[in-house]
Design a protein. Structure first.
Length: 79
C-alpha cells in the first residue's frame, strides 16, 4: 500500500515546531517536535481512518529533518 503524507509548518519558536500532517491538505492533524530532544507528539489526529499510520510516517520524516536541524515550511513522506 502506498502512502503520501503532506507536512505543512504551522508555527515555530526556540523550543518547538508544530506541523499539520495528513494525506491531503483538506484533512489534517497536528504534531509537535521538541527541538531539544527530537521527540514528536501528536497534538491532533488527522480526521481519517488511518491517522495512526499517517502520524508514524509524518513523525519519521520530521525526525529526519530534526537530525539535520532543518525545519522546512513544507515537506512530505512518500512510499
Amino acid at each position: 500500500m502506498a502512502f503520501y503524507v503532506v507536512l505543512l509548518k504551522d508555527s515555530e519558536d526556540d523550543k518547538k515546531v508544530v506541523y499539520y500532517f495528513g494525506s491531503s491538505e483538506e484533512k489534517l492533524g497536528r504534531l509537535e517536535l521538541d527541538k531539544l530532544s527530537g521527540e514528536v507528539k501528536e497534538i491532533e489526529p488527522a480526521p481519517t481512518n488511518n491517522s495512526s499510520a499517517l502520524f508514524v510516517r509524518a513523525s519519521a520524516k520530521i525526525y529526519r529533518h530534526w537530525q539535520q536541524r532543518n525545519f522546512p515550511e513544507k515537506s512530505c513522506w512518500a512510499s
